[in-house]
Design a protein around this ligand. Structure first.
Ligand SMILES: *Cc1c(COP(=O)(O)O)cnc(C)c1O
Length: 388
Protein backbone atom coordinates (compact mmCIF):
# COMPACT_ATOMS: atom_id res chain seq x y z
CA UNK A 1 0.00 0.00 0.00
CA UNK A 2 1.49 3.26 -1.12
CA UNK A 3 -0.21 5.97 0.88
CA UNK A 4 -0.66 6.07 4.63
CA UNK A 5 -4.30 7.22 4.33
CA UNK A 6 -5.04 3.96 2.53
CA UNK A 7 -3.04 1.80 4.95
CA UNK A 8 -4.83 3.40 7.90
CA UNK A 9 -8.16 2.32 6.42
CA UNK A 10 -7.41 -0.89 4.53
CA UNK A 11 -4.78 -2.70 6.60
CA UNK A 12 -6.94 -5.19 8.37
CA UNK A 13 -6.64 -8.50 10.15
CA UNK A 14 -8.28 -11.48 8.43
CA UNK A 15 -12.07 -11.52 8.27
CA UNK A 16 -13.91 -14.10 10.36
CA UNK A 17 -16.38 -16.64 8.90
CA UNK A 18 -19.01 -13.85 8.86
CA UNK A 19 -17.08 -11.76 6.32
CA UNK A 20 -17.65 -8.56 8.25
CA UNK A 21 -16.61 -5.38 6.44
CA UNK A 22 -15.51 -3.45 9.54
CA UNK A 23 -13.26 -5.33 11.98
CA UNK A 24 -15.26 -6.76 14.92
CA UNK A 25 -14.25 -6.43 18.54
CA UNK A 26 -12.55 -9.51 19.98
CA UNK A 27 -13.37 -9.20 23.66
CA UNK A 28 -11.78 -12.39 24.84
CA UNK A 29 -9.10 -12.92 27.44
CA UNK A 30 -7.82 -16.15 25.90
CA UNK A 31 -7.95 -18.32 22.78
CA UNK A 32 -8.54 -22.07 22.49
CA UNK A 33 -6.18 -24.76 21.26
CA UNK A 34 -7.25 -27.59 18.97
CA UNK A 35 -5.37 -30.23 20.91
CA UNK A 36 -2.29 -30.83 23.07
CA UNK A 37 0.09 -30.62 20.10
CA UNK A 38 -1.39 -27.28 18.98
CA UNK A 39 -1.00 -25.98 22.51
CA UNK A 40 2.62 -27.14 22.75
CA UNK A 41 3.57 -25.65 19.37
CA UNK A 42 1.87 -22.36 20.24
CA UNK A 43 3.65 -21.96 23.56
CA UNK A 44 7.01 -22.85 22.06
CA UNK A 45 6.38 -20.10 19.49
CA UNK A 46 6.74 -22.52 16.57
CA UNK A 47 3.36 -21.15 15.55
CA UNK A 48 2.46 -17.50 15.45
CA UNK A 49 -1.03 -17.25 16.89
CA UNK A 50 -3.07 -15.65 19.66
CA UNK A 51 -2.79 -17.36 23.04
CA UNK A 52 -3.79 -14.84 25.67
CA UNK A 53 -4.75 -11.15 25.30
CA UNK A 54 -1.93 -9.99 27.57
CA UNK A 55 0.40 -11.22 24.78
CA UNK A 56 -1.55 -10.50 21.60
CA UNK A 57 -5.15 -10.00 20.53
CA UNK A 58 -6.49 -9.53 16.96
CA UNK A 59 -7.65 -5.96 17.67
CA UNK A 60 -4.28 -4.99 19.14
CA UNK A 61 -2.50 -6.60 16.19
CA UNK A 62 -4.56 -4.58 13.72
CA UNK A 63 -3.88 -1.33 15.56
CA UNK A 64 -0.16 -2.06 15.84
CA UNK A 65 0.14 -3.09 12.17
CA UNK A 66 -1.53 0.15 11.10
CA UNK A 67 0.81 2.18 13.32
CA UNK A 68 3.81 0.34 11.81
CA UNK A 69 2.56 1.10 8.30
CA UNK A 70 2.09 4.79 9.18
CA UNK A 71 5.47 5.19 10.88
CA UNK A 72 7.39 3.00 8.43
CA UNK A 73 8.31 0.63 11.28
CA UNK A 74 9.12 -3.08 11.25
CA UNK A 75 7.24 -4.07 14.38
CA UNK A 76 5.42 -2.76 17.44
CA UNK A 77 3.49 -3.39 20.67
CA UNK A 78 0.44 -1.54 22.06
CA UNK A 79 0.14 -0.40 25.67
CA UNK A 80 -2.64 0.68 28.02
CA UNK A 81 -1.32 4.27 28.15
CA UNK A 82 1.40 6.42 26.64
CA UNK A 83 3.27 6.28 29.94
CA UNK A 84 3.23 2.48 30.03
CA UNK A 85 4.74 2.60 26.53
CA UNK A 86 7.49 4.95 27.73
CA UNK A 87 8.22 3.01 30.91
CA UNK A 88 8.07 -0.50 29.42
CA UNK A 89 10.25 0.51 26.47
CA UNK A 90 12.97 1.86 28.75
CA UNK A 91 12.65 -0.92 31.33
CA UNK A 92 12.92 -3.60 28.63
CA UNK A 93 16.01 -2.13 26.97
CA UNK A 94 18.06 -0.69 29.83
CA UNK A 95 20.16 -2.40 32.45
CA UNK A 96 21.19 -1.12 35.83
CA UNK A 97 24.05 1.35 35.29
CA UNK A 98 22.94 2.42 31.81
CA UNK A 99 22.61 6.11 31.03
CA UNK A 100 20.09 8.20 29.08
CA UNK A 101 20.70 11.51 27.35
CA UNK A 102 17.40 13.33 26.91
CA UNK A 103 16.06 16.72 25.97
CA UNK A 104 14.87 18.50 29.13
CA UNK A 105 11.56 19.39 27.46
CA UNK A 106 9.81 16.07 27.89
CA UNK A 107 6.31 15.22 29.05
CA UNK A 108 5.89 15.74 32.82
CA UNK A 109 5.51 12.08 33.77
CA UNK A 110 8.47 11.12 31.56
CA UNK A 111 10.55 13.69 33.46
CA UNK A 112 9.37 12.14 36.75
CA UNK A 113 10.38 8.66 35.54
CA UNK A 114 13.81 9.97 34.51
CA UNK A 115 14.50 11.85 37.74
CA UNK A 116 12.64 9.90 40.43
CA UNK A 117 12.05 6.30 39.45
CA UNK A 118 14.68 5.10 36.94
CA UNK A 119 17.49 6.19 39.36
CA UNK A 120 16.12 3.52 41.77
CA UNK A 121 17.62 1.01 39.32
CA UNK A 122 20.77 3.12 38.80
CA UNK A 123 19.59 4.36 35.42
CA UNK A 124 20.41 8.05 35.30
CA UNK A 125 19.55 10.74 32.81
CA UNK A 126 21.50 13.80 31.66
CA UNK A 127 19.44 16.56 30.09
CA UNK A 128 20.21 18.96 27.28
CA UNK A 129 18.06 22.01 26.56
CA UNK A 130 16.31 22.55 23.24
CA UNK A 131 18.90 25.19 22.22
CA UNK A 132 21.89 23.06 23.32
CA UNK A 133 21.95 20.40 20.59
CA UNK A 134 25.32 21.74 19.37
CA UNK A 135 27.00 20.51 22.56
CA UNK A 136 24.87 17.46 23.26
CA UNK A 137 27.56 15.01 22.12
CA UNK A 138 29.68 16.11 25.09
CA UNK A 139 27.02 14.63 27.43
CA UNK A 140 27.40 11.13 26.01
CA UNK A 141 29.20 8.76 28.39
CA UNK A 142 30.61 5.25 27.81
CA UNK A 143 27.46 3.83 29.48
CA UNK A 144 24.98 5.97 27.50
CA UNK A 145 22.54 3.71 25.71
CA UNK A 146 19.51 5.84 24.82
CA UNK A 147 19.04 9.26 23.23
CA UNK A 148 15.50 10.44 23.98
CA UNK A 149 13.47 13.41 22.72
CA UNK A 150 10.06 14.82 21.83
CA UNK A 151 9.44 17.23 18.98
CA UNK A 152 7.47 19.49 18.92
CA UNK A 153 7.95 19.86 22.66
CA UNK A 154 5.25 20.28 25.27
CA UNK A 155 4.06 22.94 26.04
CA UNK A 156 6.35 25.46 24.33
CA UNK A 157 6.25 23.80 20.85
CA UNK A 158 10.01 24.09 20.32
CA UNK A 159 11.43 21.96 17.49
CA UNK A 160 14.41 19.61 17.67
CA UNK A 161 16.31 18.65 14.53
CA UNK A 162 15.51 14.95 14.00
CA UNK A 163 18.17 14.44 11.31
CA UNK A 164 20.82 15.81 13.70
CA UNK A 165 19.64 13.52 16.52
CA UNK A 166 19.66 10.60 14.08
CA UNK A 167 23.27 11.33 13.07
CA UNK A 168 24.45 11.64 16.68
CA UNK A 169 22.68 8.42 17.70
CA UNK A 170 24.21 6.53 14.80
CA UNK A 171 27.72 7.86 15.41
CA UNK A 172 27.66 6.89 19.10
CA UNK A 173 25.65 3.70 18.65
CA UNK A 174 22.75 4.92 20.80
CA UNK A 175 19.12 3.86 20.58
CA UNK A 176 17.24 6.96 19.42
CA UNK A 177 13.73 7.07 20.89
CA UNK A 178 11.32 9.77 19.74
CA UNK A 179 7.98 10.51 21.40
CA UNK A 180 6.02 11.51 18.27
CA UNK A 181 2.79 12.30 20.06
CA UNK A 182 2.46 15.97 19.09
CA UNK A 183 3.14 15.45 15.39
CA UNK A 184 1.52 12.07 14.66
CA UNK A 185 2.95 9.93 11.82
CA UNK A 186 0.79 11.92 9.41
CA UNK A 187 2.99 15.00 9.92
CA UNK A 188 6.35 13.48 10.83
CA UNK A 189 7.98 10.05 10.59
CA UNK A 190 11.04 10.00 12.89
CA UNK A 191 12.26 6.63 11.56
CA UNK A 192 13.08 8.25 8.22
CA UNK A 193 15.48 10.54 10.15
CA UNK A 194 17.20 7.68 11.98
CA UNK A 195 14.99 6.99 15.02
CA UNK A 196 15.15 3.38 16.21
CA UNK A 197 11.89 3.53 18.13
CA UNK A 198 8.87 5.82 18.05
CA UNK A 199 6.53 6.13 21.01
CA UNK A 200 3.01 7.53 21.03
CA UNK A 201 0.47 8.40 23.60
CA UNK A 202 -2.46 7.21 21.47
CA UNK A 203 -4.67 9.03 23.97
CA UNK A 204 -4.00 12.26 22.10
CA UNK A 205 -4.42 12.79 18.33
CA UNK A 206 -4.45 9.07 17.48
CA UNK A 207 -7.79 8.65 19.26
CA UNK A 208 -8.42 12.32 18.65
CA UNK A 209 -11.82 12.26 20.28
CA UNK A 210 -10.96 12.21 23.97
CA UNK A 211 -12.39 8.74 24.60
CA UNK A 212 -9.69 6.22 25.45
CA UNK A 213 -6.17 5.96 26.85
CA UNK A 214 -3.57 4.05 24.88
CA UNK A 215 0.07 3.92 23.90
CA UNK A 216 2.26 2.25 21.33
CA UNK A 217 5.94 1.72 20.59
CA UNK A 218 7.02 0.89 17.03
CA UNK A 219 10.40 0.52 15.36
CA UNK A 220 13.29 -1.92 14.97
CA UNK A 221 12.14 -5.53 15.18
CA UNK A 222 15.05 -6.65 17.41
CA UNK A 223 14.25 -3.97 20.00
CA UNK A 224 10.50 -4.53 19.81
CA UNK A 225 11.12 -8.23 20.49
CA UNK A 226 12.77 -7.30 23.83
CA UNK A 227 9.94 -4.87 24.61
CA UNK A 228 7.35 -7.52 23.73
CA UNK A 229 8.96 -10.17 25.96
CA UNK A 230 9.18 -7.72 28.86
CA UNK A 231 5.59 -6.57 28.35
CA UNK A 232 3.97 -9.94 27.88
CA UNK A 233 5.36 -10.82 31.31
CA UNK A 234 4.86 -7.51 33.10
CA UNK A 235 1.36 -6.89 31.72
CA UNK A 236 0.84 -3.32 30.43
CA UNK A 237 -1.19 -4.49 27.38
CA UNK A 238 -3.75 -2.26 25.70
CA UNK A 239 -7.32 -3.50 26.14
CA UNK A 240 -8.82 -4.95 22.92
CA UNK A 241 -11.73 -2.52 23.22
CA UNK A 242 -9.40 0.47 23.19
CA UNK A 243 -7.39 -1.08 20.37
CA UNK A 244 -10.60 -1.39 18.34
CA UNK A 245 -11.46 2.28 19.02
CA UNK A 246 -7.92 3.40 18.12
CA UNK A 247 -7.79 1.35 14.93
CA UNK A 248 -11.06 2.99 13.84
CA UNK A 249 -9.64 6.41 14.79
CA UNK A 250 -6.66 5.90 12.51
CA UNK A 251 -9.03 5.68 9.54
CA UNK A 252 -9.76 9.41 9.95
CA UNK A 253 -6.33 10.54 11.22
CA UNK A 254 -5.25 12.27 7.99
CA UNK A 255 -8.45 14.29 7.51
CA UNK A 256 -8.63 15.21 11.19
CA UNK A 257 -5.00 16.33 11.37
CA UNK A 258 -5.35 18.38 8.15
CA UNK A 259 -8.32 20.23 9.65
CA UNK A 260 -6.53 20.64 13.02
CA UNK A 261 -3.58 22.21 11.16
CA UNK A 262 -5.78 24.53 9.07
CA UNK A 263 -7.40 25.86 12.22
CA UNK A 264 -4.22 26.02 14.34
CA UNK A 265 -2.54 28.02 11.58
CA UNK A 266 -5.43 30.52 11.64
CA UNK A 267 -5.35 30.74 15.44
CA UNK A 268 -1.58 31.35 15.36
CA UNK A 269 -1.96 34.15 12.79
CA UNK A 270 -4.87 35.70 14.71
CA UNK A 271 -2.86 35.74 17.95
CA UNK A 272 0.21 37.18 16.21
CA UNK A 273 -1.71 40.35 15.48
CA UNK A 274 -3.25 40.84 18.95
CA UNK A 275 -2.03 43.65 21.21
CA UNK A 276 -2.39 41.63 24.45
CA UNK A 277 -0.08 38.91 23.10
CA UNK A 278 3.68 39.27 23.49
CA UNK A 279 4.78 36.30 21.43
CA UNK A 280 3.30 33.31 19.54
CA UNK A 281 4.98 29.92 19.02
CA UNK A 282 3.72 27.77 16.17
CA UNK A 283 6.19 25.63 14.18
CA UNK A 284 5.18 26.94 10.75
CA UNK A 285 5.04 30.65 11.70
CA UNK A 286 8.04 32.40 10.10
CA UNK A 287 8.79 33.97 13.50
CA UNK A 288 9.33 30.53 15.11
CA UNK A 289 13.09 30.19 15.78
CA UNK A 290 13.16 26.64 14.36
CA UNK A 291 10.67 27.21 11.52
CA UNK A 292 13.16 26.04 8.89
CA UNK A 293 13.82 22.76 10.72
CA UNK A 294 10.08 22.26 11.28
CA UNK A 295 9.48 22.64 7.55
CA UNK A 296 12.21 20.11 6.79
CA UNK A 297 10.79 17.38 9.00
CA UNK A 298 7.06 18.10 9.34
CA UNK A 299 4.36 18.17 6.68
CA UNK A 300 2.41 20.89 8.53
CA UNK A 301 2.63 22.72 11.86
CA UNK A 302 0.38 20.53 14.04
CA UNK A 303 -2.49 21.53 16.29
CA UNK A 304 -0.70 23.05 19.29
CA UNK A 305 -0.22 26.79 19.52
CA UNK A 306 1.57 28.39 22.47
CA UNK A 307 1.52 32.10 23.20
CA UNK A 308 2.69 34.51 25.82
CA UNK A 309 0.29 37.01 27.37
CA UNK A 310 1.77 40.39 28.20
CA UNK A 311 0.10 40.39 31.63
CA UNK A 312 2.02 37.35 33.01
CA UNK A 313 0.62 34.95 35.64
CA UNK A 314 -2.46 37.02 36.49
CA UNK A 315 -3.41 37.53 32.83
CA UNK A 316 -2.98 33.78 32.23
CA UNK A 317 -5.42 32.87 35.00
CA UNK A 318 -7.88 35.54 33.92
CA UNK A 319 -7.72 34.40 30.29
CA UNK A 320 -8.67 30.86 31.33
CA UNK A 321 -11.58 32.15 33.41
CA UNK A 322 -12.98 34.27 30.56
CA UNK A 323 -13.17 31.40 28.02
CA UNK A 324 -16.69 30.23 27.20
CA UNK A 325 -16.31 27.61 24.47
CA UNK A 326 -12.78 26.27 24.88
CA UNK A 327 -12.33 23.66 27.62
CA UNK A 328 -9.94 23.79 30.54
CA UNK A 329 -8.71 20.21 30.56
CA UNK A 330 -5.52 18.16 30.92
CA UNK A 331 -5.83 16.42 27.55
CA UNK A 332 -4.76 17.55 24.08
CA UNK A 333 -5.43 16.49 20.50
CA UNK A 334 -9.18 16.26 21.07
CA UNK A 335 -12.01 17.42 18.76
CA UNK A 336 -12.65 20.00 21.49
CA UNK A 337 -10.31 22.96 21.75
CA UNK A 338 -8.45 22.76 25.06
CA UNK A 339 -6.58 25.59 26.74
CA UNK A 340 -4.07 25.31 29.58
CA UNK A 341 -1.94 27.76 31.55
CA UNK A 342 1.05 25.58 32.55
CA UNK A 343 2.60 28.01 35.08
CA UNK A 344 -0.48 27.98 37.32
CA UNK A 345 -1.59 24.38 36.64
CA UNK A 346 0.46 21.45 35.24
CA UNK A 347 3.84 22.99 36.11
CA UNK A 348 3.00 25.01 39.24
CA UNK A 349 5.14 22.74 41.44
CA UNK A 350 8.30 23.70 39.56
CA UNK A 351 10.30 26.74 40.64
CA UNK A 352 10.27 29.72 38.29
CA UNK A 353 13.82 28.83 37.19
CA UNK A 354 12.84 25.23 36.44
CA UNK A 355 9.86 26.44 34.42
CA UNK A 356 12.08 28.80 32.43
CA UNK A 357 14.38 25.89 31.60
CA UNK A 358 11.57 24.23 29.66
CA UNK A 359 10.29 27.46 28.16
CA UNK A 360 7.33 27.93 30.49
CA UNK A 361 7.02 31.62 31.18
CA UNK A 362 4.36 33.02 33.53
CA UNK A 363 1.98 34.16 30.81
CA UNK A 364 2.38 31.09 28.55
CA UNK A 365 -0.90 29.65 27.27
CA UNK A 366 -1.10 26.37 25.36
CA UNK A 367 -3.99 25.83 22.98
CA UNK A 368 -4.76 22.42 21.54
CA UNK A 369 -6.85 23.59 18.60
CA UNK A 370 -9.86 21.33 18.07
CA UNK A 371 -12.30 20.69 15.25
CA UNK A 372 -15.06 23.15 16.13
CA UNK A 373 -15.73 25.78 13.44
CA UNK A 374 -12.69 28.03 13.24
CA UNK A 375 -14.79 31.21 13.56
CA UNK A 376 -16.21 29.99 16.86
CA UNK A 377 -12.75 29.09 18.20
CA UNK A 378 -11.28 32.48 17.27
CA UNK A 379 -14.35 34.35 18.56
CA UNK A 380 -13.95 32.71 21.98
CA UNK A 381 -10.23 33.50 22.19
CA UNK A 382 -10.92 37.06 21.00
CA UNK A 383 -13.61 37.80 23.59
CA UNK A 384 -11.42 36.33 26.37
CA UNK A 385 -8.50 38.56 25.30
CA UNK A 386 -10.76 41.62 25.01
CA UNK A 387 -12.02 41.06 28.55
CA UNK A 388 -8.58 40.83 30.14
C1 LIG B 1 0.13 12.57 27.14
C2 LIG B 1 1.52 12.33 26.76
C3 LIG B 1 2.20 11.21 27.23
C4 LIG B 1 1.58 10.22 28.18
O1 LIG B 1 0.49 9.55 27.63
P1 LIG B 1 -0.71 8.92 28.50
O2 LIG B 1 -1.54 8.25 27.46
O3 LIG B 1 -1.39 10.06 29.19
O4 LIG B 1 -0.10 7.99 29.48
C5 LIG B 1 3.51 11.03 26.81
N1 LIG B 1 4.11 11.90 25.99
C6 LIG B 1 3.48 13.01 25.52
C7 LIG B 1 4.21 13.95 24.62
C8 LIG B 1 2.16 13.26 25.89
O5 LIG B 1 1.54 14.36 25.43
Amino acid sequence: MKHMETAAIRRQIDRSQYLEHSTPLYLTSSFVFEDAEDMRASFSEEKERNIYSRFTNPNNTEFVEKMCALEGAESGYAFATGMSAVFSTLAALLNSGDHIVSCRSVFGSTHTLFTKFLPKWSINTTYFKVNETATLESLIQPNTKVLYAETPTNPAVAILDLALLGRIAKKHNLILIIDNCFATPYLQQPITFGADLVIHSATKLIDGQGRVLGGVTVGRADLIREIYLFSRNSGPALSPFNAWVLSKSLETLAVRVEQHCDSADKVAHFLSGNSKVAHVAYPFLPTHPQCAIAKKQMKRGGNIVAFELKGGLEAGRNFLNRLQLCSLSANLGDTRTIVTHPASTTHHKLSKEERWEVGITDGLIRISVGLEHIEDIIQDIKQALNNL
